[in-house]
Every structure is written in C-alpha cells, then in structure tokens.
Ligand binder design. Structure first.
Ligand SMILES: [Zn+2]
Length: 296
C-alpha cells in the first residue's frame, strides 16, 4: 500500500472542480446545505441508452429470492444486523438517535458499480480487513451486464443501494422516466440478490420532489453525501488525493462519497487506517433507521 505523507493535509483546501460542467447546476437546490462542501458527483458518462434495457423490467409478484448458500458467505457476518441507533439528518450526515451513542462514525459509499471483478475483489478484501461495511450504489445497466458482481458484494456482506438504471440526471427527467429508472433497479437487484435496496442516491445529486417521493415510495432513504472524495475528478485521481480530500472534510457522521475506481480501491486501506487512527468507526449502513424523523 502506498505510504502517504502525513503532512500532506496542511495547505490545500478542498478542491472544487470546475471541469465537470454537469456539476455546476444541480437541479435540486436543496442538496447544498450552508457550510457544506458543495456536492460533487461523478463524471458519469452515460454508457448506454434506454434501448439497452428495454423490456428487462419484467415484474414478478413472486419472491424469487434464492438466499446465498451459507457456506459461501465469507468474513462479514451478515446475519447480525445492528440496532438502528442512527438516522440521517437534513444535510445527509449520520447522527445518533439518542445521547450516549457514539457519533464518531463514518458512512462509506461507493457509486457507479459494479464494474470490475479485480477492483471489487480488492475493495471487498480491504473492507473485510477493517471489518467495514459500505453502501455500493449501483446502476441497473451495470448489474444487468455483470450480475455476478452484485452477488459477490452481497455475499461479502456489503449493502446495495439504488443509483438509477442509466446514471442520468433525474432532475431533468419526466416523472415516468424517474419512476422507471428507480423501479427497474429495485427489480433487478431483488431478482439478483433476493432483496431490494433501502438506500437511494441520485446521480450528480440531480433531483426534484418527484425523485424524492418515488424513492420513499420504493422504501428507500434518499441521500446525497456530506464528504466528497472527489475521486471522479481528473485532478484527484491518485490514492493520495482521495485520502487527503476525505480527511480534510472529515466530521462526525460523515457520509463519504467515493466511486468504484482504481485509485480509490488503492487508497482504501490507507484511508480506513487513517479514519480508525482518528477515532472513527465504520457505520454499518443497516444501523441507519431509514424511517426516523427527528423532532423539530
Ligand atoms: Zn454516480
């Protein structure tokens, strides 16, 4: 693993990229809270068109789930879901529901997969080494291409989130398109691993009231993030940059946006070690009570 220079944090402020035009005008004005880092999302080149998944969303009333064979479930014990001691606040940070619960937690998330076997092998192994779970926000068109990678993530005890089928700007889509984009991912994930996602993140943080409502109807918690690794940004595509960007923005309950990318996979062991050294623990996403509404 790459050795990182401890002093590298000092000077640079959080880089706000300007070279991704899709980033500059998120259509959902609510995603940026005062004092928050401006949400930065991925260079999400849409890699295919609607035609690629036409007709895939066959509805099935049956529960077709086939639980993974017990002997194939490695390392992480996925049977023991933790108590739902946390909720997500209005700026997408993870907060204890009650006093006395540790607030120095981070939520690890990886968007835009599942892409590559080798990269996922590495990420899953590193997460297991640190006894960490993450949400992998997947796109339906990728799941359709490589469903076995989704199964691998699930069997490793990792949590699957919905990131739309085509990685489009949902804030610019019609209501019907939005519904289809979310529903089709719920369907293919359930067909593949036996349960549908409980978490939703819109690509580019592009959203609107309909997107939020649809996510809720599908039983999902809507989120963007509160700590952007900027790993999608072409000026930040080194393990050192990923680690530094996350550490500079670190705060209790940080909802850390990363992607299934080579340099991120390479950074992961060092990043998780640094977070642990700072006294943070890795929140099991299942510890988030997705229906909790704090009193105003
Ligand atoms: Zn994305």
């Amino acid at each position: 693993m790459i050795g990182l220079v401890a002093g590298a944090l000092t000077a640079c402020s959080t880089t706000q990229s300007t070279d991704n035009p899709e980033q500059q005008a998120p259509s959902d004005g609510q995603v940026t809270a005062p004092g928050e880092a401006v949400p930065q999302d991925e260079e999400g080149a849409v890699e295919h068109t609607d035609a690629d998944h036409g007709g895939q969303s066959g509805q099935s009333d049956e529960d077709i789930s086939e639980p993974p064979a017990a002997e194939e479930v490695p390392a992480v014990d996925e049977d023991e879901a933790p108590p739902e001691d946390y909720y997500m606040n209005s700026v997408y940070r993870i907060v204890p529901k009650e006093e006395g619960v540790d607030d120095k937690v981070v939520l690890l998330t990886f968007d835009d997969g599942p892409k590559e076997q080798a990269m996922l092998d590495s990420m899953i192994a590193t997460l297991a080494k640190h006894d960490a779970k993450a949400i992998f926000f997947v796109n339906g068109f990728r799941v359709e291409k490589q469903p076995e990678l989704l199964v691998q993530l699930h069997e490793a005890g990792q949590i699957i989130g919905n990131h739309s089928w085509d990685h489009i700007e949902l804030g610019k889509a019609t209501a019907d398109e939005i519904d289809q984009q979310l529903e089709d991912v719920q369907t293919i994930v359930e067909e593949t691993i036996g349960s549908s996602p409980k978490f939703f993140r819109p690509p580019f943080a592009s959203s609107n009231d309909h997107v939020r409502q649809k996510a809720k109807e599908e039983g999902m918690l809507f989120m963007t993030w509160s700590n952007g690794s900027l790993d999608w940004d072409r000026n930040n595509q080194t393990p050192e940059a990923v680690v530094n960007n996350v550490m500079e923005q670190l705060h209790p309950g940080a909802n850390i946006l990363m992607h299934e990318l080579e340099w991120t996979a390479e950074a992961l062991d060092t990043l998780l070690t640094r977070l642990t050294d700072e006294g943070y623990t890795f929140l099991d996403p299942r510890a988030i009570d997705i229906n909790y509404e704090p009193e105003p």
